[in-house]
Design a protein. Sequence first.
Lengths: 261, 231
Amino acid sequence: MLGKLLKYDFKWINKIMYVYFILLALISIAVKIVESLDQTIFLVIVDKALSSMFIGCAASTIVTCLIRIWVRFINNIYKDESYLTHTLPVTKNQIFNAKIIASILSILMSGVVVAICFAFIYLNSSTIDALKIRYQSLVDIYNSVFAIFFIIGLVLLVVFESIYIMISGILGIVIGHRFNNGKIIASIGIGIGCYSLLSTMSLVIIGIISNVIDYDIIGNGFPTMNYVTAVGLSSILIYLVYDIVYYFIAKKLLNKGVNVD
Amino acid sequence: MNLVEIKHVSKSFDKKKILDDVNLKIPSGKIIGLLGKNGAGKSTLIKLINGLLTPSEGEILFKGKPIGVYSKANISYLPERTYLDKSMKVKDVIEYFAEFYENFDTECAYTLLKDLKLDAEKRIIKMSKGMQEKLQLILVMSRDAELYILDEPLSGVDPATRDYIIDTILSNFKEGSSIIISTHLISDIERILDEVVFIDEGKIVLASSADDLRNKEKSSIDEAFRRMFKC
């Protein structure tokens, strides 16, 4: 049953997202074509306009994906459609887990599409050379294994932070809908509050760790390996813990029972 | 064994009690009319049986088990509002029901669609409210459930369609199953009722067989109801 729920959640969230993906692809191709032509003033202006459109579209893709995740959650759990969701022969846990997994997959898919389009536009021989130089300097200062882990760590941090934004919104909706009045305003307020609270706390924790570990510059402005490892790992762990904690709080509250509208 | 047992159930919103110490047993193979004025607590009781609300006090058992996956697999519920994802097509909704409910009969659903002249290719958003309600009735009655709960199935429907709905319910109602019909349009359904439950201000004020009530009051159920709840 989890698979069936997941299928319908994923389909609904991404139904409109494919339009954004096609738009991103078309803009990327347009940018690439314009940049391959002899650059006149007119084409430079067109190139800048298309690049701005791409950035706007990329940002909208991620924001729309998050909004659709939250709208799907509200519609299915609390609005008219909840009369069907809560009478399906499935457990509350299955309903909740399907929504969270579908949300994570949707965010990842949108992120990957944006990243591919970004790479398609901006990766050329000169940017690849610049990246190689940057990577080599990481290898020279630390070592090749550490450089690879550094890049993986950065990707993980972005993924966990994105999930954290999504799950903060879900927790805000679950708590906000326990009120009898002003549910949407309460959901937004509590969602932003949940996000800000732990984000501030993570800054404090990272600050404390930074003070404990010696911050020495060892070359080209890079700090010591111990410092980067400690701050990087603790950042990843903090967001992972936040994601898990918010997931369990939201699930527990949902399992206590829902009073549909 | 009773199909549903409602034991000392109360439900409050804020400090207002909507249901107060309700005790009720729903037997198998009966058509039960849950009758009461608007705001009497009928829909709240139905939502509790379907697990859409959690009782403030007391418990509800379906065949001896608490409300959960088992009860939801065996109760077919028609709410008073349209609950389908409006972006879906009719055929997609039928596929959805077939995937989730093992007792859903796809063939029966398509036959009823044809009878009611509904297009399987049509998107729900493009259907009128009346058509959406008919579609929901088809989905609910296409299940081989042990209990059908129909919340106000006749409200907002013209008299000719009311008869059609009642016929659809009766002809698709599986033998040995029970139906709970909540309504305040008593005269339209009283001919099909085996049992009646009167609810008022969150309390069960009468639970009786339809024939016993008619004999005792020497009138129709509709008249008995009007007398009892005269403003």
